[in-house]
Design a protein around this ligand. Structure first.
Ligand SMILES: Nc1nc(=O)c2c([nH]1)NC[C@@H]1CN(c3ccc(C(=O)N[C@@H](CCC(=O)O)C(=O)O)cc3)CN21
Ligand SMILES: CC(C)C(=O)C(=O)O
Ligand SMILES: [Mg+2]
Length: 288
């Protein structure tokens, strides 16, 4: 077999995102919250990783994303940054970190880059966040928008249901998307909206849309990694496709380990350490 090394994979930037849309190349993104997952994503050639505030629901055990803090996000952003080499890293701004003032929005975005090792930030909302987007982008920090089902507003929506499924709401979402683009966003997540609306919005925008529950007409897709791995099982949104059944696999492994321990089958000699007979004889001689 030839031993020609693969050319080093190039670092993905926000410019790559824009170029991929121009070239009609679909953009794949997954969430990650730890170094190990980020490393595997990188090995797989996934061009972009989102450290989502879904962290709160899939890793930390909260019912919603509202409890997630900047400190939580930074802790996991740092881990992902340590595990990733080439992916464009986007950090979610948690609830209350960008809404109170433009100063806080810039400060907290900067922290995700300076301390967290991210390359860009994501925030939820449309026209009401245009000033925040402009302030952050003017600092040199790329911003990804997020429209449709914005989970930090779950208490306003009354649940995690589909959004923008009326003509008026669809028109408003398109307007918000155009405002976010105008305000300087390099990309927008479209979550849980009708597929044909997402396709229309994607065609109207120059910046790439990244869909989750928004159909095949988006410029890219994002999924929560424990969802696509079949690891998270408290609920499964319609938009999730499971590419593995890790929940079941891990449960089987744990059960097998439990049985082995109970039956004295584990550890075997192959999992144990020994000392030389000479040292052992000496040990028995000096201990009583
Ligand atoms: N594991 C996980 N996956 C996600 O995609 C995700 C999170 N967590 N946490 C943050 C947000 C919340 N999201 C959610 C959460 C629940 C539904 C859901 O239950 N959807 C149902 C319909 C619910 C309804 O109509 O009220 C579905 O069948 O799709 C969808 C998106 C998306 N994000
Ligand atoms: C679902 C994605 C878009 C997200 O915002 C998250 O993981 O927090
Ligand atoms: Mg999020």
């Amino acid at each position: 077999m030839s031993q020609i090394p693969e050319p080093p994979k190039k670092k993905i930037t926000t410019q790559t995102f824009l170029q991929m849309k121009k070239n009609g190349q679909k953009i794949a993104m997954i969430t990650a919250y730890d170094a190990q997952t980020a490393e595997i994503a990188d090995e797989s050639g996934i061009p972009s990783i989102l450290v989502g505030d879904s962290l709160g629901m899939v890793v930390l055990g909260y019912e919603t994303t509202l409890q997630v803090t900047m400190e939580d996000m930074l802790h996991h952003c740092k881990a992902v940054a340590r595990g990733s080499k080439n992916a464009l890293l986007v950090g979610d701004l948690p609830f209350l970190s960008y809404q109170v003032s433009l100063e806080e929005a810039v400060r907290n975005s900067g922290r995700l880059l300076q301390e967290g090792g991210m390359h860009a930030v994501k925030l939820e909302g449309g026209r009401e966040r245009a000033d925040a987007v402009r302030a952050i982008v003017s600092t040199g920090i790329p911003v990804m928008g997020h429209l449709g089902l914005t989970p930090q507003s779950v208490n306003k929506f009354g649940g995690f249901g589909v959004q923008a499924n009326t003509a008026a709401a669809a028109q408003r979402l398109l307007e918000d998307a155009l405002i976010l683009q105008q305000s300087g966003c390099f990309s927008i997540v479209l979550e849980s909206i009708p597929a044909r609306l997402a396709e229309l919005v994607s065609k109207r925008l120059d910046i790439p849309t990244i869909g989750i529950g928004a159909g095949a007409g988006c410029d890219g897709q994002v999924l929560v990694s424990p969802d696509l791995l079949g690891l998270f099982s408290r609920f499964t949104p319609r938009f999730v496709k499971k590419y593995a059944n890790l929940h079941q696999d891990i449960q089987k492994a744990f059960s097998a380990y439990l049985l082995d321990v109970q039956n004295g089958v584990f550890p075997g000699v192959e999992n144990s350490y020994e000392m030389s007979d000479v040292e052992w004889e000496e040990t028995l001689r000096i201990i009583h």
